[in-house]
Design a protein around this ligand. Sequence first.
Ligand code: ARG
Ligand code: ZN
Length: 874
Amino acid sequence: KTIFLSDYQAPAFTVSHTELHFELFDKHSLVHARLHFRRADGVSEDTPLQLNGQELELLALAVDGQKVASAHYELSDDFLRIDGLPQSGVLETSARIYPQSNTSLEGLYRSRGLFCTQCEAEGFRKITWFPDRPDVMSTYSVTIDADAGQCPELLSNGNLMHSEELAEGRHRAVWEDPHPKPSYLFALVAGDLQRVEDSFTTVGGRDVRLIILVEEKDLDKCAHAMDSLKRSMRWDEERFGREYDLDVFHIVAVDDFNMGAMENKSLNIFNTSCVLAAPDTTTDLGYQRIESIVAHEYFHNWSGNRVTCRDWFQLSLKEGFTVFRDAEFSADMGSRSLKRVEDAMTMRTLQFAEDAGPMAHPVRPASFIEISNFYTLTVYEKGAEVVRMIQTLLGEEDFRRGSDLYFERHDGQAVTCDDFIAAMEDVSGKDLTDFKRWYSQAGTPELSIRDSWDEEQGIYTLTVSQQTPASLGQSEKSPVVIPLAMGLLGEAGNLRIKLDGEMTDIESEDNTHRILIADKPTQTFRFTELPERPTPALLRGFSAPVRVDYPYSREQLLALVSRDDDDFVRWDAMQQLMVSALQELQENPEAALDPILETAVNAICSQILDPAVQADMLRLPSETYLSELASHAGKADVHGIFRARESLRKSLAKVFRERWASLFEGLRVTEPYAPTGEQIGSRALANVALDYLATADDQGVALARDYYFAADNLTNRLVALRAVLREGSAERGEELLEDFYQRFCGEALAMNHWLLVQAENSVGDSISRVRALMQHPAYDSRNPNKIRSLIGGFANGNAVQFHREDGAGYQLLGEVVEALNAQNPQIASRLLAPLTRWKNYAAGGDLMRAELQRLSELPSLSPDVYEVVNKSLA
Ligand code: ARG
Ligand code: ZN
């Protein structure tokens, strides 16, 4: 059933206070609820109270202490409807549920014995009957009873009010959350966990206890998350004026979790992979990810919890804004350029693909079948880019004032993206009506930019046209407001810019940087008083989530790589040089290495840059990105892309052998491992060099093998392992895999990586290997991290074998999705994504489509899988 944004209706009943009493047992649990309800003003008395509820056994139902007669209620698979209710009162229900057999990991479930919850978006209805929609906000009192031996820790949102011993070895805790919240922010945790404690004093003088709860074996892996949390709390005060509002803040780590983490009020629940960190089990990227996710969930306390969403179509209101906030935090903690380059990479590789695929949707979708399918790169990452563009258009100062006004005006409310925009308009006096098209229009806008040069007058003209491709249900698109940051590069550096005419634009201080506003189908910008014909440096800082088409010559790209002021532009120019070299190799496998590309590599190596950015510039564009580009231009030939990429890697490896060797030697980190920006940068660049060295010759493979054994951290170990698997003999590869397993088989998080490298290894018969690993004790077919590593890793990160000509890769994915459809629909539908892009491929598209067709005919498809399968077949 499709739900439409345009059908929104305010709730007929509110619930001001909710009392829950949980009795947790091994074989089942009981949930007793008391809802203090009130009929909303203007709602007629014959409107029934409609509560969501799924997989609940009704044991008792009463209103104001009186049992409800069967004539007055109706119970179905999804709802409980009660009529004849007074204007206000207390509705009491009792339900029996079965957390231990809940494999969907939604609602209340058990993970390695631990009771925990995941309610966003619509999981609360699997716990108790409730108007499970974010615009019904309620205070909560929660009583938890459980076995004291099994569950020494009993936690819920807010403050602990009371605890006591009960008969038969059981005990009780009572929690109260004074902040009204929607049901999706409810959380409960009960189990045997150990604590790491610290504290934080807010700017207003509130002492907050910070508690991270983990299994005993993981106690030594919490320091990084705790440190990240404290830095997030300080940063949000300083940058956004947001202070924490309770005396305690919990983070709980659980092994079985569908997503990364969840911002439940004062009781954040995290996937272990997004909170636990140790040098042996966490990569540098992992450390950075933990820092940003801890910050993200913490920042939700304001952008999401204090001010929440009216309905799920507004998801980006909290997610886009919060991703923007966490990106700014990461930029401030580490390198701003690096963060920007990596976010741009994600957008262009993955979000653009989503925007071009069958599940394309606007940042604020207009309809959905299953909301879980809309926790997407579009809602999160593109949503964050939209918020960033607002900041660009308003300037940082007004943006901050807009944010302050938004929080002040809507504290305690459930609001819409329009309310966010209105606050920004009100403080700045700017009209964002046209800008709002970013929220309603799906697809990636394409800027086509052409130029001309008047030598005599010194006038340079840019003609900027935009177009957004049609998508399902949106055939006609209008222009969007695109802040196009740019500069003009001359022989000796960036030129001063004089812009002619009454064009809207935002100017920088030093006059070498402009933000043009492209908001029409076509417009021209005239730059005057120029001493020479410039090279345009376009979309600096990735100022908008758009594709840019400008016919750069290789010489111009080299100039940008060598001399532009903006790291994104330089990185992008290098990518374009490599992409063009790869395209040439695809057409002509004998093509010689482009001398301009050679010069560019030399230029990058001899510059003083952030080494992590340098590493990104020297790395080949990913196969996924190349496929995305190819399918945008026509159809992708994944095998051709793979061969070209291997061949370019080989050439670069050999031609620059000496350079890689000296880079590698010069950058070796000798201090003990620390995830500092400095070390991470050095490692990144050294490891790019090592990877090329291993590609160059056997001596390099031997070096990688030694590097593997000498590693004191997972980053180096994995780089070496991957290089040996790709370039070395089968025996060498097996030796290291076996060693890795022996070292870390007790560490679930390291085993995720062990599965992932094997899934992504395209040498040999990957499919047999993946099938064998599915039977291996290190795998667990119920654990989302393991599924993502092995099956997701194979389908997304091993293109040549996933797209094997006999269709065995598609079949494998189809089988797993089929099994997961009943067990964990959210994971099943996410895993499906690579199959849905069948239209992108020159070969194999039909077989992919056939697998989707087969899935579509299965009996009892979950709404999650149903929606994705049907939209991709449409
Ligand atoms: N709100 C969470 C976050 O942004 C994500 C939870 C998504 N859960 C889901 N079942 N789709 O961190
Ligand atoms: Zn979030």
